[in-house]
Ligand binder design. Sequence first.
Ligand code: CP
Ligand code: NVA
Length: 300
Amino acid sequence: MKQPRHFISLHDLSHAELRGLINRAVELKNKPPADFQPLKGKVLAMIFEKSSTRTRISFEAGMAHLGGTALFLSSKDTQLGRGEPLADSAKVISSMVDCIMLRTYEHSTVTTFAQHSRVPVINGLTNLSHPCQVLADMQTYFENRGDIAGKTVTWVGAGNNMCHSYIDAAMRLNFNLNIACPKGYEPAKQWLDFADDRVQLFSSSMDAAKKSDLIVTDVWASMGEEQEQQQRERDFKDYQVNQALMAQANPDALFMHCLPAHRGEEVTAEVIDGKQSVVFAEAENRLHIQKALLEFLMCA
Ligand code: CP
Ligand code: NVA
């Protein structure tokens, strides 16, 4: 059996493939080929343990645009929620569909699925990473400012799943990444050990943002961390992206956020709804880059 290509991390793509995917997403967005149905008859299974707006809709609409079908499977309504072994579930589901996307708590759920799946598996967010979102962010940067190689990106906030995927992107696309986070909220050791001197940790968000080309943040408490919200509001109070912080960055710096956002917490309304913000283009690009990804994984 031919081993399927999976997309669990940005490192599953070569430099050339990653750049190719970004270019293809821009092409599908601006010049979609007429009557283009490369996924006609193909089925994507989407397994969600957590909530989603953008990920679900972009994969579902993306499959429809390319001629295929997407199945929404809440883990609660399938036997997965009743403890059917992951390996058995992966073997069964992959015998009936052409690609599987999962959004899970444990990262190992996605990697175990991939080990036992005969079709491509896509990471639609785990507690450890969110590579599909960072693909869309990179497309958005390339569209607005050109190549990100050599630029400086500042991540403000928790060393969470998005931050980990930014570390992967910095390594893959050769940009400098400054990470400003409170003590105790640093990225996981396995990501820091792997990162080289392109990635630097800061305790001051103001210092980190200096001369940056892109400022990125995310919610203080991610899905599954809601019970820590109040503690995090105290711990992250100096890590808000506001105009004073944006003023440290280069004048043409962009602002990104994967959404959903909490105005008045990790970002002020003035910044997220302001001129430097590209958050809605970034959200729309989830559709375009995922179409490119689905085409790449299922038509290669
Ligand atoms: N950014 C993102 O993944 O959004 P959803 O949680 O709405 O899918
Ligand atoms: N870090 C956030 C990202 C949501 C898209 C979370 O995991 O909840």
